[in-house]
Design a protein around this ligand. Structure first.
Ligand SMILES: CC(=O)N[C@H]1[C@@H](OP(=O)(O)O)O[C@H](CO)[C@@H](O)[C@@H]1O
Length: 406
Protein backbone atom coordinates (compact mmCIF):
# COMPACT_ATOMS: atom_id res chain seq x y z
CA UNK A 1 0.00 0.00 0.00
CA UNK A 2 1.14 3.56 -0.72
CA UNK A 3 0.10 6.84 0.89
CA UNK A 4 -0.61 10.42 -0.13
CA UNK A 5 0.10 12.99 2.59
CA UNK A 6 -1.34 16.49 2.23
CA UNK A 7 1.22 19.05 3.34
CA UNK A 8 0.61 22.03 1.06
CA UNK A 9 -1.43 24.32 3.34
CA UNK A 10 -0.16 27.21 5.41
CA UNK A 11 -2.15 26.78 8.65
CA UNK A 12 -3.12 30.46 8.92
CA UNK A 13 -4.71 30.08 12.34
CA UNK A 14 -1.32 29.03 13.75
CA UNK A 15 0.02 32.51 13.00
CA UNK A 16 2.58 33.93 13.77
CA UNK A 17 4.41 30.57 13.84
CA UNK A 18 3.32 29.72 10.28
CA UNK A 19 4.46 33.02 8.76
CA UNK A 20 7.67 31.45 7.47
CA UNK A 21 6.98 27.72 7.62
CA UNK A 22 3.92 25.58 7.08
CA UNK A 23 2.03 24.07 10.00
CA UNK A 24 3.39 20.58 9.18
CA UNK A 25 6.90 21.86 10.01
CA UNK A 26 6.09 23.23 13.48
CA UNK A 27 8.05 21.31 16.10
CA UNK A 28 6.30 19.45 18.92
CA UNK A 29 8.43 17.45 21.34
CA UNK A 30 11.32 18.59 19.11
CA UNK A 31 10.06 16.97 15.85
CA UNK A 32 8.01 18.55 13.06
CA UNK A 33 4.35 17.47 13.10
CA UNK A 34 4.77 15.81 9.68
CA UNK A 35 7.51 13.52 11.02
CA UNK A 36 4.96 11.81 13.28
CA UNK A 37 2.74 11.13 10.25
CA UNK A 38 5.60 9.70 8.18
CA UNK A 39 6.76 7.54 11.11
CA UNK A 40 3.30 6.12 11.68
CA UNK A 41 3.14 5.09 8.00
CA UNK A 42 6.61 3.53 8.05
CA UNK A 43 5.76 1.68 11.30
CA UNK A 44 2.79 0.16 9.45
CA UNK A 45 5.05 -0.97 6.60
CA UNK A 46 4.02 1.86 4.23
CA UNK A 47 7.25 3.27 2.83
CA UNK A 48 6.10 4.83 -0.45
CA UNK A 49 4.79 8.29 0.32
CA UNK A 50 3.61 10.97 -2.09
CA UNK A 51 3.92 14.29 -0.30
CA UNK A 52 1.81 17.15 -1.66
CA UNK A 53 3.67 20.38 -0.92
CA UNK A 54 2.99 24.03 -1.66
CA UNK A 55 3.37 26.80 0.95
CA UNK A 56 7.04 27.08 2.06
CA UNK A 57 7.75 23.77 0.31
CA UNK A 58 11.55 24.14 0.40
CA UNK A 59 11.56 23.79 4.19
CA UNK A 60 9.61 20.52 3.93
CA UNK A 61 11.77 19.17 1.10
CA UNK A 62 15.07 20.15 2.76
CA UNK A 63 14.08 18.44 5.99
CA UNK A 64 12.66 15.18 4.60
CA UNK A 65 14.74 14.89 1.39
CA UNK A 66 14.10 11.60 -0.40
CA UNK A 67 12.75 10.13 2.84
CA UNK A 68 15.64 7.70 3.28
CA UNK A 69 16.62 9.03 6.73
CA UNK A 70 13.04 8.39 7.88
CA UNK A 71 12.74 4.89 6.38
CA UNK A 72 10.48 6.12 3.56
CA UNK A 73 10.66 6.79 -0.19
CA UNK A 74 9.15 10.24 -0.73
CA UNK A 75 7.94 11.64 -4.05
CA UNK A 76 6.97 15.32 -4.01
CA UNK A 77 4.04 16.82 -5.90
CA UNK A 78 3.79 20.60 -6.03
CA UNK A 79 0.26 21.94 -5.61
CA UNK A 80 0.83 25.43 -6.95
CA UNK A 81 -2.64 26.72 -6.10
CA UNK A 82 -4.40 25.47 -3.00
CA UNK A 83 -7.80 24.52 -4.43
CA UNK A 84 -8.86 22.06 -1.74
CA UNK A 85 -8.26 18.54 -0.52
CA UNK A 86 -9.91 16.77 -3.51
CA UNK A 87 -7.77 18.84 -5.89
CA UNK A 88 -4.60 18.02 -3.90
CA UNK A 89 -5.39 14.28 -4.00
CA UNK A 90 -6.10 14.33 -7.74
CA UNK A 91 -2.74 16.04 -8.34
CA UNK A 92 -0.96 13.33 -6.32
CA UNK A 93 -2.63 10.17 -7.69
CA UNK A 94 -0.51 9.94 -10.88
CA UNK A 95 2.62 9.84 -8.65
CA UNK A 96 1.34 6.56 -7.15
CA UNK A 97 2.49 4.98 -10.43
CA UNK A 98 1.22 1.79 -12.01
CA UNK A 99 0.08 0.32 -8.68
CA UNK A 100 -3.70 0.11 -8.98
CA UNK A 101 -4.32 -1.08 -5.44
CA UNK A 102 -5.97 0.92 -2.71
CA UNK A 103 -4.03 3.74 -1.05
CA UNK A 104 -4.17 5.92 2.05
CA UNK A 105 -4.67 9.68 2.25
CA UNK A 106 -3.64 11.59 5.39
CA UNK A 107 -3.40 15.19 6.52
CA UNK A 108 0.21 16.11 7.27
CA UNK A 109 -0.72 18.43 10.12
CA UNK A 110 -2.38 16.06 12.60
CA UNK A 111 -0.27 14.12 15.10
CA UNK A 112 -0.93 10.38 14.95
CA UNK A 113 0.79 7.20 16.12
CA UNK A 114 1.25 3.79 14.53
CA UNK A 115 -1.98 2.31 15.96
CA UNK A 116 -4.10 5.25 14.77
CA UNK A 117 -4.04 3.90 11.22
CA UNK A 118 -3.41 0.15 11.72
CA UNK A 119 -7.11 -0.66 11.98
CA UNK A 120 -7.99 1.44 8.92
CA UNK A 121 -5.41 -0.45 6.87
CA UNK A 122 -6.77 -3.80 8.11
CA UNK A 123 -10.46 -2.84 7.82
CA UNK A 124 -10.54 -1.15 4.42
CA UNK A 125 -13.11 -2.67 2.11
CA UNK A 126 -15.69 -1.30 -0.27
CA UNK A 127 -14.95 1.82 -2.34
CA UNK A 128 -13.64 4.07 0.42
CA UNK A 129 -13.13 3.95 4.20
CA UNK A 130 -13.18 7.08 6.37
CA UNK A 131 -11.32 7.11 9.70
CA UNK A 132 -13.32 8.90 12.38
CA UNK A 133 -12.72 9.70 16.02
CA UNK A 134 -15.14 10.83 18.75
CA UNK A 135 -14.95 14.45 19.93
CA UNK A 136 -17.14 16.38 22.32
CA UNK A 137 -16.84 19.56 20.27
CA UNK A 138 -16.96 19.03 16.52
CA UNK A 139 -16.91 22.69 15.49
CA UNK A 140 -14.49 23.33 12.62
CA UNK A 141 -14.34 19.70 11.45
CA UNK A 142 -16.06 17.43 8.97
CA UNK A 143 -18.69 15.33 10.74
CA UNK A 144 -19.64 11.76 9.85
CA UNK A 145 -23.01 10.02 10.34
CA UNK A 146 -22.97 6.27 10.01
CA UNK A 147 -24.95 3.07 10.62
CA UNK A 148 -23.66 -0.52 10.64
CA UNK A 149 -20.20 0.57 9.54
CA UNK A 150 -21.47 2.46 6.47
CA UNK A 151 -21.25 6.23 6.02
CA UNK A 152 -24.74 7.72 5.75
CA UNK A 153 -23.58 11.31 5.44
CA UNK A 154 -20.41 13.38 5.70
CA UNK A 155 -20.86 17.10 6.28
CA UNK A 156 -18.12 19.68 6.20
CA UNK A 157 -18.02 22.06 9.17
CA UNK A 158 -21.78 22.00 9.88
CA UNK A 159 -23.25 24.81 12.01
CA UNK A 160 -25.19 22.35 14.21
CA UNK A 161 -23.75 19.49 16.30
CA UNK A 162 -25.23 16.64 14.27
CA UNK A 163 -22.85 13.88 15.39
CA UNK A 164 -19.89 13.40 17.71
CA UNK A 165 -17.81 11.54 15.16
CA UNK A 166 -15.38 13.77 13.34
CA UNK A 167 -13.60 13.08 10.11
CA UNK A 168 -9.87 12.74 10.87
CA UNK A 169 -8.99 13.53 7.25
CA UNK A 170 -7.50 10.03 6.98
CA UNK A 171 -8.95 7.66 4.37
CA UNK A 172 -8.33 4.47 2.42
CA UNK A 173 -9.43 4.79 -1.22
CA UNK A 174 -9.61 2.57 -4.24
CA UNK A 175 -7.95 3.89 -7.36
CA UNK A 176 -11.30 4.57 -9.08
CA UNK A 177 -11.86 7.50 -6.68
CA UNK A 178 -10.24 9.50 -9.53
CA UNK A 179 -13.47 9.58 -11.54
CA UNK A 180 -15.45 10.64 -8.46
CA UNK A 181 -13.01 13.48 -7.74
CA UNK A 182 -13.31 14.69 -11.34
CA UNK A 183 -17.07 15.03 -10.84
CA UNK A 184 -16.76 17.03 -7.58
CA UNK A 185 -18.27 20.51 -7.82
CA UNK A 186 -16.66 23.52 -6.17
CA UNK A 187 -17.98 24.06 -2.60
CA UNK A 188 -19.45 27.20 -1.07
CA UNK A 189 -16.02 27.72 0.51
CA UNK A 190 -14.61 27.90 -3.03
CA UNK A 191 -12.65 24.64 -2.85
CA UNK A 192 -12.79 21.12 -4.25
CA UNK A 193 -13.30 19.17 -1.03
CA UNK A 194 -12.81 15.40 -0.64
CA UNK A 195 -15.66 15.36 1.89
CA UNK A 196 -17.92 16.61 -0.91
CA UNK A 197 -16.66 13.80 -3.15
CA UNK A 198 -17.47 11.26 -0.42
CA UNK A 199 -20.93 12.70 0.18
CA UNK A 200 -21.63 12.38 -3.57
CA UNK A 201 -20.50 8.75 -3.41
CA UNK A 202 -22.83 8.07 -0.45
CA UNK A 203 -25.73 9.63 -2.36
CA UNK A 204 -24.85 7.48 -5.39
CA UNK A 205 -25.05 4.33 -3.20
CA UNK A 206 -21.34 3.61 -3.44
CA UNK A 207 -19.87 1.50 -0.63
CA UNK A 208 -18.32 4.11 1.70
CA UNK A 209 -17.38 2.65 5.08
CA UNK A 210 -16.35 4.04 8.40
CA UNK A 211 -13.85 2.91 11.00
CA UNK A 212 -13.18 4.50 14.36
CA UNK A 213 -9.93 5.19 16.17
CA UNK A 214 -9.50 6.02 19.82
CA UNK A 215 -5.73 6.16 19.45
CA UNK A 216 -3.73 9.37 19.19
CA UNK A 217 -5.11 11.95 16.77
CA UNK A 218 -4.35 15.52 17.72
CA UNK A 219 -4.97 18.70 15.85
CA UNK A 220 -3.46 22.04 16.84
CA UNK A 221 -5.86 24.61 15.44
CA UNK A 222 -4.14 27.64 16.99
CA UNK A 223 -0.46 28.14 17.84
CA UNK A 224 -1.07 27.81 21.59
CA UNK A 225 -2.77 24.41 21.05
CA UNK A 226 0.72 23.07 20.33
CA UNK A 227 1.34 23.13 24.09
CA UNK A 228 -1.34 20.49 24.74
CA UNK A 229 -0.03 18.36 21.88
CA UNK A 230 3.50 18.78 23.21
CA UNK A 231 2.45 17.74 26.73
CA UNK A 232 0.65 14.67 25.39
CA UNK A 233 3.72 13.58 23.38
CA UNK A 234 6.13 14.26 26.23
CA UNK A 235 3.99 12.12 28.54
CA UNK A 236 5.34 9.05 26.74
CA UNK A 237 8.99 10.20 26.57
CA UNK A 238 11.56 8.27 28.61
CA UNK A 239 14.73 9.42 30.34
CA UNK A 240 17.66 9.40 27.94
CA UNK A 241 20.90 11.28 28.37
CA UNK A 242 23.43 11.32 25.54
CA UNK A 243 26.97 10.25 26.50
CA UNK A 244 28.37 13.58 25.35
CA UNK A 245 26.01 15.61 27.60
CA UNK A 246 27.57 17.07 30.76
CA UNK A 247 25.37 17.23 33.84
CA UNK A 248 26.80 18.98 36.90
CA UNK A 249 26.73 16.86 40.08
CA UNK A 250 24.66 19.50 41.85
CA UNK A 251 21.93 19.57 39.18
CA UNK A 252 18.68 17.73 40.02
CA UNK A 253 16.78 15.75 37.38
CA UNK A 254 13.41 14.30 38.39
CA UNK A 255 11.12 12.17 36.20
CA UNK A 256 11.63 11.57 32.47
CA UNK A 257 14.18 13.98 31.07
CA UNK A 258 15.76 13.61 27.63
CA UNK A 259 19.03 15.46 27.06
CA UNK A 260 20.72 15.71 23.67
CA UNK A 261 24.36 15.61 22.53
CA UNK A 262 26.90 18.06 23.93
CA UNK A 263 24.29 19.78 26.10
CA UNK A 264 25.58 21.18 29.39
CA UNK A 265 23.40 21.36 32.51
CA UNK A 266 25.17 23.65 34.97
CA UNK A 267 25.30 23.74 38.78
CA UNK A 268 22.13 23.88 40.82
CA UNK A 269 19.73 23.52 37.89
CA UNK A 270 16.45 21.80 38.72
CA UNK A 271 14.58 19.92 35.97
CA UNK A 272 11.31 18.05 36.45
CA UNK A 273 10.20 15.86 33.52
CA UNK A 274 8.65 15.21 31.22
CA UNK A 275 11.13 17.52 29.57
CA UNK A 276 13.07 17.24 26.30
CA UNK A 277 16.25 19.22 25.74
CA UNK A 278 17.98 19.10 22.34
CA UNK A 279 21.66 19.11 21.30
CA UNK A 280 24.30 21.74 22.10
CA UNK A 281 22.26 23.55 24.74
CA UNK A 282 23.75 25.52 27.61
CA UNK A 283 21.44 25.39 30.63
CA UNK A 284 22.12 27.24 33.88
CA UNK A 285 23.48 27.59 36.43
CA UNK A 286 20.44 27.58 38.71
CA UNK A 287 17.80 27.20 36.00
CA UNK A 288 14.38 25.69 36.75
CA UNK A 289 12.61 23.73 34.00
CA UNK A 290 9.21 22.23 34.83
CA UNK A 291 6.81 19.92 32.92
CA UNK A 292 5.90 19.83 30.04
CA UNK A 293 8.68 21.65 28.25
CA UNK A 294 10.45 21.02 24.95
CA UNK A 295 13.69 22.84 24.27
CA UNK A 296 15.21 22.60 20.77
CA UNK A 297 18.88 22.55 19.72
CA UNK A 298 21.45 25.28 20.48
CA UNK A 299 19.33 26.90 23.18
CA UNK A 300 20.93 28.78 26.06
CA UNK A 301 19.13 29.54 29.32
CA UNK A 302 20.82 32.04 31.65
CA UNK A 303 21.11 31.81 35.45
CA UNK A 304 17.91 31.75 37.51
CA UNK A 305 15.61 31.58 34.49
CA UNK A 306 12.37 29.63 34.92
CA UNK A 307 10.61 27.71 32.14
CA UNK A 308 7.38 25.77 32.54
CA UNK A 309 4.97 24.07 30.07
CA UNK A 310 6.54 25.76 27.07
CA UNK A 311 8.13 25.15 23.68
CA UNK A 312 11.44 26.84 22.89
CA UNK A 313 12.51 26.26 19.30
CA UNK A 314 16.13 25.98 18.03
CA UNK A 315 18.71 28.74 18.64
CA UNK A 316 16.76 30.55 21.35
CA UNK A 317 18.73 32.49 23.95
CA UNK A 318 17.07 33.40 27.25
CA UNK A 319 19.09 35.57 29.62
CA UNK A 320 19.18 35.43 33.41
CA UNK A 321 16.13 35.76 35.70
CA UNK A 322 13.64 35.40 32.85
CA UNK A 323 10.26 33.74 33.35
CA UNK A 324 8.55 31.77 30.56
CA UNK A 325 5.41 29.77 31.24
CA UNK A 326 2.60 28.41 28.98
CA UNK A 327 4.43 30.03 26.05
CA UNK A 328 5.98 29.29 22.67
CA UNK A 329 9.20 30.98 21.59
CA UNK A 330 10.06 30.71 17.87
CA UNK A 331 13.43 29.97 16.23
CA UNK A 332 16.41 32.30 16.80
CA UNK A 333 14.80 34.52 19.45
CA UNK A 334 16.82 36.43 21.99
CA UNK A 335 15.25 37.41 25.32
CA UNK A 336 17.31 39.73 27.53
CA UNK A 337 17.67 39.45 31.32
CA UNK A 338 14.48 39.70 33.42
CA UNK A 339 12.18 39.01 30.41
CA UNK A 340 8.75 38.08 31.72
CA UNK A 341 6.12 36.27 29.66
CA UNK A 342 3.00 36.80 31.72
CA UNK A 343 0.45 34.00 32.27
CA UNK A 344 -3.25 34.43 32.92
CA UNK A 345 -6.45 32.39 33.07
CA UNK A 346 -9.48 32.90 30.80
CA UNK A 347 -7.79 35.02 28.18
CA UNK A 348 -9.53 35.97 24.92
CA UNK A 349 -7.08 35.98 22.06
CA UNK A 350 -8.00 37.84 18.89
CA UNK A 351 -7.05 35.97 15.76
CA UNK A 352 -8.29 36.30 12.17
CA UNK A 353 -10.99 38.75 13.41
CA UNK A 354 -12.28 36.24 15.92
CA UNK A 355 -11.99 36.24 19.74
CA UNK A 356 -10.88 32.81 20.90
CA UNK A 357 -11.29 31.97 24.62
CA UNK A 358 -8.23 30.26 26.11
CA UNK A 359 -8.32 28.69 29.58
CA UNK A 360 -4.73 29.52 30.45
CA UNK A 361 -2.34 31.43 28.26
CA UNK A 362 1.17 32.78 28.13
CA UNK A 363 2.55 34.32 24.93
CA UNK A 364 3.49 33.19 21.43
CA UNK A 365 6.60 34.77 19.92
CA UNK A 366 7.50 34.26 16.24
CA UNK A 367 11.03 33.72 14.85
CA UNK A 368 14.00 36.10 15.05
CA UNK A 369 12.64 38.42 17.77
CA UNK A 370 14.88 40.41 20.08
CA UNK A 371 13.76 41.49 23.53
CA UNK A 372 15.95 43.79 25.64
CA UNK A 373 16.16 43.52 29.43
CA UNK A 374 13.21 43.91 31.86
CA UNK A 375 10.44 43.44 29.28
CA UNK A 376 6.95 42.28 30.21
CA UNK A 377 4.81 40.59 27.57
CA UNK A 378 1.19 40.32 28.62
CA UNK A 379 -0.70 37.00 28.56
CA UNK A 380 -2.40 36.19 25.26
CA UNK A 381 -0.05 38.34 23.16
CA UNK A 382 1.12 37.14 19.74
CA UNK A 383 4.42 38.64 18.57
CA UNK A 384 5.14 38.40 14.83
CA UNK A 385 8.51 37.44 13.34
CA UNK A 386 11.51 39.71 13.53
CA UNK A 387 10.21 42.15 16.15
CA UNK A 388 12.44 44.22 18.40
CA UNK A 389 11.28 45.06 21.90
CA UNK A 390 13.48 47.60 23.66
CA UNK A 391 14.51 47.28 27.33
CA UNK A 392 12.01 48.18 30.03
CA UNK A 393 8.89 48.03 27.82
CA UNK A 394 5.56 46.25 28.20
CA UNK A 395 4.04 44.50 25.20
CA UNK A 396 0.28 44.66 25.78
CA UNK A 397 -1.08 43.92 22.28
CA UNK A 398 -0.28 41.70 19.28
CA UNK A 399 2.76 42.88 17.35
CA UNK A 400 2.77 42.54 13.57
CA UNK A 401 5.99 41.15 12.03
CA UNK A 402 8.98 43.53 11.89
CA UNK A 403 7.63 45.87 14.62
CA UNK A 404 9.85 47.78 16.98
CA UNK A 405 8.56 48.66 20.46
CA UNK A 406 10.48 51.55 22.01
C1 LIG B 1 -12.57 19.49 3.07
C2 LIG B 1 -11.81 18.60 3.96
O1 LIG B 1 -11.10 17.75 3.51
N1 LIG B 1 -12.01 18.80 5.27
C3 LIG B 1 -11.35 18.01 6.32
C4 LIG B 1 -10.07 18.72 6.72
O2 LIG B 1 -10.39 20.04 7.12
P1 LIG B 1 -9.36 21.26 6.96
O3 LIG B 1 -10.11 22.50 7.35
O4 LIG B 1 -8.93 21.24 5.52
O5 LIG B 1 -8.19 20.97 7.89
O6 LIG B 1 -9.45 18.03 7.79
C5 LIG B 1 -10.25 17.87 8.97
C6 LIG B 1 -9.44 17.10 9.97
O7 LIG B 1 -8.33 17.85 10.37
C7 LIG B 1 -11.55 17.15 8.64
O8 LIG B 1 -12.38 17.06 9.77
C8 LIG B 1 -12.28 17.88 7.52
O9 LIG B 1 -13.42 17.16 7.15
Amino acid sequence: MKAIVLAAGEGVRCTPLTNTRSKVMLPVANRPILEYVISSLVDNGIEDVVLVVGYEKEKVMNYFGDGNDFGARITYVDQTSQLGTAHAISQAIPALGEDNGSFLVLNGDNIIEKETISKLIADHAGDATVLTTPREKVCGYGVVMSAAGKVKGIFEKPKRQISHMINTGIYAFNRDIVAEIENTEISERGEYEITHTLQNMVKGNRDVRVTVTKNLWMDSVYAWDLLDTNARLLASCESAIEDTAIIDDTATLIGDVEIGEYTVIRAGSYIVGPVKIGDNCDIGPQVTILPSTSIGNNVSLGPFSYIQNSILMDNVRVDSHSHISESIIGFNCNLGPYSICEVDNDVNIEIENELVPVEKSGVVIGDDCKFGSRTLTEAGTLVGNNCTVRSGTTVDRHLPANSTVL
